[in-house]
Design a protein around this ligand. Sequence first.
Ligand SMILES: [Zn+2]
Length: 286
Amino acid sequence: MLLARPRIQPNECLVSYLIRISEQNGFKHIGHLLHHAGLAWKNNRVPVHEILTGEFDLNVYFLQLGLTSCSSQIEPIFYSFQHVIDTPYLLVKYPKVCPDCIEEFGFCRFEWSLLPYLACARHGKLLIDVHYSTGKRLNWYRRYLNKFDDDTDVINSLSNVAPSEAIKLSQYIEALLQGGNRISCPEILQGLELRESLSIIHFIAHYRSRLLGGSFQPLSITNGELAQYYQYVWEMLENWPDAYYKFLNQYLERPMSNKELVAYINILGIYMSLCIVRRGTGELLG
Ligand SMILES: [Zn+2]
């Protein structure tokens, strides 16, 4: 049994909830907390990714710790990603947080663990996932919710004021998760669901990286770097289709290999399906 048994908050990230419990009860990190609850994983490791996807059921451990079951408080949309092929491209590997929100509300939101959720609209800042001076990652095994491993506070530095595209994309993702029907977004994305939209966004990000001779590896880059990729894609979607043609022109200036030709055709395919989806939505609304 625990001394402090905080309640889970609506929209709270489950892993961060564990950190909060662990911190309040003086555990070194969540591995020790779950070990105490009976999780016998080697080296006090925790199935972080599986907890985030909903694949790993924590309820038995919550019971052991004398905490009430929490599955009903998790957004159902989150579970729609369970076991599907796109989760590796949806969830972060390292946590990112808005320190101002933690300060104000005392917990971490689960949206923060989604890759395209880049910025806190309330505080107008990019989420933080690296130490501003050491460059070290924030991690899931930290002792305190709002501190790095070296015990320095997670703070918003001036440089991470969020570009407007990052805020708009984050607000859009949040609105999709909440399932609203009047969602503000580029016209081309209207009527699309979260997974459809993310597929387009990631496809363009991947494609653009290939064009520039690199590769898009959202799991290994920082939130700040990720914001640059998504920012470009969001701008393109806002200026659809002109920006798209400009993008293709740039691409067609040099000869194409067969592989590249296939990719080019795929992009056209996506554009056409978007038009069909949008037309369909228009017909439904009209
Ligand atoms: Zn915030």
